[in-house]
Design a protein around this ligand. Sequence first.
Ligand SMILES: Cc1ncc(C[n+]2csc(CCOP(=O)(O)OP(=O)(O)O)c2C)c(N)n1
Ligand SMILES: [Mg+2]
Length: 824
Amino acid sequence: MFTFANNIFNQFDSLMPKTGTKKQTGEESKYNKAEVLKDFQIACESREISLLGRREVLTGKAKFGIFGDGKELPQLAMAKVFREGDWRSGYYRDQTFMLAAGILTLEEFFAQLYGDTDQQINPGTVGRLMNNHFATRFIEENGEWMNQTKMKNSSADISPTAGQMPRLLGLAYASKFYRNNPDLKSFNQFSIDGNEVAFGTIGDSSTSEGIFWETMNAAGVLQVPMAISVWDDGFGISVPKEYQTIKGSISEALDGFKQTKDKPGFLIFKAKGWDYPELCRVYEEGIKICREKHIPIIFHITELTQPQGHSTSGSHERYKSPERLEWEKEFDGIQKMRKWILDEGIATNEEVLSIENIAAANAREARKNAWDNFMNPLKQMRDEFLKITDISTCNCSKTSRIQALKEDLAKIAEPIRKDTMSHAKRTLRLICNSCSNPENSLKTNVTKWFDTALSDNRERFSSNLICRDKFSAFNVEAIPPEYDKDSKSVPGREILRDNFNYIFKNNPRVIAFGEDVGKIGGVNQTYEGLQEKYGEIRIFDTGIREATILGQGIGLAMRGLRPIAEIQYFDYLLYALQVMSDDLATLTYRTKGGQKAPLIVSTRGHRLEGIWHSGSPLSMVINSIRGVHVLVPRNMTQAAGFYNTILASDDPALIIEPLNGYRLREKAPSNTGKYQIPIGVPEILKKGNDITLVTYGSCVRIAQEASEQLQDFGIDVELIDVQSLLPFDINHSILESLKKTNKIVFFDEDVPGGATAFMMQKVLEEQKGFYYLDAEPRTITAQEHRPAYSTDGDYFSNPNAEDVFDTIYNLMHDVNPLKYPKIF
Ligand SMILES: Cc1ncc(C[n+]2csc(CCOP(=O)(O)OP(=O)(O)O)c2C)c(N)n1
Ligand SMILES: [Mg+2]
């Protein structure tokens, strides 16, 4: 990509050739001709690909399209001040910025539109995301971090409106952390003195979302180098900004966020989206301050247009007035820039025309190349299949039907993988098993081809949900806790605190934050005294803002830090679940391993008290955050061991500390900070021969109590603590237990059909436990409703030891009524 001086004005730039003369006055223009014309060309190319892109969708070559037409000029200005080491967290209108910053090519734009799954050709999202969802790769194939300060970085986009905001906070906070933490000076592949700006972009209507405001407030409080641009085109699909924003203006609405003489805040710049020189000026001015002084900036860019409407799914004539449509034509940024170039005498009409023609030709060529690149392997796949399906030696009754299928497939002018796979499956059904050809080569060849194609496509579309490289938590060595002869029993929270102390002392990249985490060391004092020891920059209090605590963690983790983001109580994770589910959990998958965020989300659960402190809804997370480990330790030693394991890896995880375990005493291990509990490995807490009882977290204690009661009645329970729900029992140890007992019960305090149903599916279906059952498998859960207040409320809402006893006893009664007569 080209590189130009950062300023389009000649006074700052002696490298570029001087320009022509102003039409009206004859005086020499102060603008740099080459740079302006290069920008103009990018704008034109960007517009051309938007126009062509829409056509590709309407003619059926691509499935869906959303484009950046009408938003070209401010993005040129933003790209000028975007340096190596900087970060973008934006949305689907930013193609011009990506092109101008040199982190997207015209061909890549089309490759994404078609859904090309070749990483060389479509490197950002490798066919997994719809078009204009941008990402740069910052992880090597072997899992190592690339040098982020030598690249321009774009964190991977997501579709939910304003979903880019929480992460943006963390990307910006990382600069502050690196600048203010002398221990991290050597980590210069992530930051150079915190000079990196995190650029956000958002549509005017998406600012209506709560997480926009939460992020803005937090950025103002924290004073981080975050520069958010609002592309204001007056609409969110069909809904005008009067319905979206108070006073119909985001900069007016944000007026109270402004920095004043004696109070820190934001600097707010407002500029018209069609005024190229003014846009260049405000971005230059704003970003300089942001970078040097770490003051957050808002660029409210007004009067933008949307020449083709919102997306390929509809037409804007349905909701824009004729006057508005007319206005959009008149105020089209590119036309305005064109006129300005001519008025300024920067170039002649012929020169401008020639640029426009070149841009159109470049766009067309990129489209053609991208289409050929996309289609050739698909045709090749189809042709290979047709070749392999050689029926020349067949004479079965179904041969003609296979021939018909082949002809049908061959006729498809632009076959996709689905066409070939579907024909292959239907062909396989028709190949006879008793072929006269002794080797049945047709069956062998087609099956072999099919298996390979299936596994290729699994890799293509289903790999990288979690990393399996050398930094995977699966590769962390298991190190059990050790105990001295005279090791003392201490409250569980001290075990965690001492473990955190070791972590903070030995790993300068670890940072912990959340509500009440800093000054008082957490509501259960698991960080007691650590802020004084390691500084406010590493262990700190946040506002009550779960979504952005999560996002802050994601952004920090992307920039090489090891955040532990605390959500005070598990039930409050609901506020942050969108961020965790849409952003964190999909990150590795949606970039096919190109990005990662090794974030630990720490919380406490299983409290068994009240509707909003039940700590029980595990199915809420296991079904929405696949891609993140979900660890449910039964005590603080196990919890500490999980922190150590995850920190020894680069995987994201949710660790739910058992809330009723902070005061309970546990023996203090002697190898604090060093023991590592493996993920996905259950522990058998009590051996038994009659029945397998599977549970986790705080339910373990209840299960232990019930197992003792059952023992009195001659029922020998094998008690298994699964410890980790995601991943779940990777070695199938529960199956081994079931093979012995032939009876199984799954127990927790989630709703019926919640995490117990998940465990049951894993054991009975995935591990094939069904074949070893001698009795109906059961689940023990809470009621459908969340738990009522008080101890009685808890007793009648949540499962307790008696419930576990009754369920297991009754199950034994069903199997052997004589030995276990009915109790009630
Ligand atoms: C959470 C969520 N709600 C709704 C949508 C559907 N949606 C996609 S874009 C959009 C409008 C966004 O408008 P604006 O922020 O002004 O951006 P523009 O498209 O105008 O640039 C909507 C409602 C979504 N993607 N995410
Ligand atoms: Mg809009």
